[in-house]
Design a protein around this ligand. Structure first.
Ligand SMILES: CC(C)(COP(=O)(O)OP(=O)(O)OC[C@H]1O[C@@H](n2cnc3c(N)ncnc32)[C@H](O)[C@@H]1OP(=O)(O)O)[C@@H](O)C(=O)NCCC(=O)NCCS
Length: 176
């Protein structure tokens, strides 16, 4: 398994990964219902190019027999939140609990630390997703609060935990 920056050619593999994850039973902890993720390949291709070309964006894939994991960071688009990036990570069911998610996180945190722009990596996670929360905390993410009843799935209310990793970049705030 290798982790690398995604290229435009990974768009189809990424879509297949996410569609496969959304089709799982029982469902994984994501607000998307299976029919709610139907991007055309060119949309994902453009996102991959846009994220990896931007100083506050990142699109990684884990590759084994195809794309088996992915991590994206969508950077803020305003001057006020250009230092913030929004992280999402998914690993195919057969590859979970084998270090793939941690390897993706390790690359993303190293990227954010090396960035001259990114000071805050944020995410939201289902409050019951103990594995994901464990992985995020392992990499220094802290809980910031809970969005109560943010989603309903199968009639069940879901609370979302807000988490963030703050990176000190001495001298940057004053320059802003
Ligand atoms: C969450 C996810 C990205 C983690 O990736 P992964 O490759 O499975 O994670 P890793 O193998 O790197 O690490 C798993 C860690 O969680 C631990 N873990 C597993 N189940 C756990 C549980 N129920 N509670 C707490 N920790 C748990 C493992 O022991 C391991 O800990 P360690 O690194 O300290 O040894 C992946 O499981 C996934 O895609 N899940 C479905 C989609 C999802 O939930 N995405 C996150 C949305 S916010």
């Amino acid at each position: 398994m290798i982790v690398r920056e995604a290229s435009a050619a990974d768009a189809r593999g990424y879509i297949m990964l996410i569609k496969g994850i959304l089709a799982e039973q029982p469902p994984v902890d994501t607000p998307y219902a299976p029919g709610e993720f139907n991007p055309v390949t060119s949309t994902i291709r453009d996102l991959i190019i846009e994220y990896n070309a931007s100083p506050n964006g990142l699109f990684l894939v884990a590759e084994a027999d195809g794309v088996v994991g992915a991590l994206s960071c969508r950077g803020g688009s305003l001057a006020a939140d250009a230092h913030t990036t929004d992280l999402g990570v998914y690993v195919a069911t057969d590859y979970r609990d084998q270090g793939v998610g941690s390897t993706l996180l390790r690359h993303a945190v190293a990227w954010a630390q090396a960035s001259s722009v990114v000071e805050r990596v944020e995410l939201e996670v289902f409050a019951g997703n103990a594995r994901a929360i464990h992985v995020y905390e392992k990499f220094g993410f802290e809980r910031e609060g809970v969005k109560q009843r943010k989603y309903y799935r199968g009639g069940v209310p879901i609370d979302m935990v807000m988490m963030a990793l703050l990176l000190d970049k001495p001298g940057k705030s004053q320059a802003r």
